[in-house]
Design a protein around this ligand. Structure first.
Ligand SMILES: [Fe+2]
Length: 283
């Protein structure tokens, strides 16, 4: 079943890649809106030492500001409550300051989609990005296709915009691009993972990630880093790859400007600036 659906994944014109002439500006300081850098709250680092190791990796990747997004609900229900997350962020920032590491951590969460989300938001039991009350990072189950439209409506009633984390990693969603297209009218923002664009999760996920990067305007790229091994930060590499394939303006939009705007609680940029030849719509 899955193989048949994967075969429907839209194809893109990757062969129209320009030479690697565009490099990220050295002055860029990235804002990473999705990383698992808090110790002992989810499947990220188990200890504060490992947490600081990941923070060093984020700094080396050019990240100066990050939103810590431990998993909430699903198999992590009850383990990473908003008070625990806020306390862990304050603790990590203390450790970073003590070591003069120029990385600023803000609280957030990656929330598994759940029909109780509206009520849990009202009860302060799940965390919005930056604790700002405007954007909520939501994770779809990896191999299940659900209809989230009622959830989008529940969030709109609370003036909260959904940010769907790595839709390219959901096999069924990746094979139904028009489902994602329809979300655009309901204010859904997509978060693509840098490592997926670079092929770390396989060719199908990579192809879908590139298609979304070139066709869905309201989009951000983040690391979803968990460690310095298989799930390491690769935002700088992704920036360079996007600049080569889709143009420097699009790279800056999705890797620099939109993440910074999300954290600040501002509107993100809704117009794409793509180089000619870049994929623009599903086929
Ligand atoms: Fe994540």
């Amino acid at each position: 079943m899955l193989k048949r659906l994967r075969d429907k994944t839209p194809t893109t014109r990757f062969e129209t890649v320009r030479p690697a002439s565009v490099q990220p500006p050295s002055s860029v300081s990235y804002t990473d809106i999705h990383c698992h850098c808090l110790a002992g709250l989810d499947d990220g680092p188990a200890t504060i030492e490992k947490s600081l190791e990941l923070c060093r990796g984020l700094l080396a990747d050019g990240v100066g500001t990050a939103i810590a997004t431990p998993h909430q609900l699903g198999r992590f229900e009850g383990l990473s409550t908003p008070p625990l997350i806020r306390g862990a962020v304050a603790d990590l920032n203390d450790h970073l300051r003590a070591r003069e590491m120029p990385l600023s951590i803000h609280p957030g969460a990656e929330v598994r989609i759940d029909e109780r989300i509206g009520a849990l938001l009202d009860a302060d039991r799940i965390m919005t990005l930056g604790d700002g009350g405007r954007y909520l990072l939501l994770e779809m189950p990896p191999e299940v296709l659900i209809d989230p439209r009622m959830l989008w409506e529940a969030l709109a009633a609370r003036s909260i915009r959904p940010v769907v984390s790595h839709p390219e990693r959901n096999d069924l969603l990746a094979s139904r691009p028009r489902v994602i297209d329809a979300w655009r009218q309901q204010g859904v923002i997509l978060q693509i993972t840098a490592a997926c664009l670079l092929g770390a999760f396989g060719p199908v996920t990579q192809r879908t990630a590139w298609y979304l990067a070139g066709s869905y305007a309201e989009l951000v790229v983040a690391t979803d880093a968990h460690d310095l091994d298989d799930r390491r930060p690769r935002l700088h590499e992704a920036y360079a790859a996007i600049a080569r394939r889709l143009g420097a303006a699009r790279a800056r939009q999705v890797c620099v400007d939109n993440p910074r705007r999300l954290l600040a609680g501002e509107d993100i940029l809704s117009e794409m600036e793509l180089d000619s030849g870049a994929p623009r719509r599903w086929r």
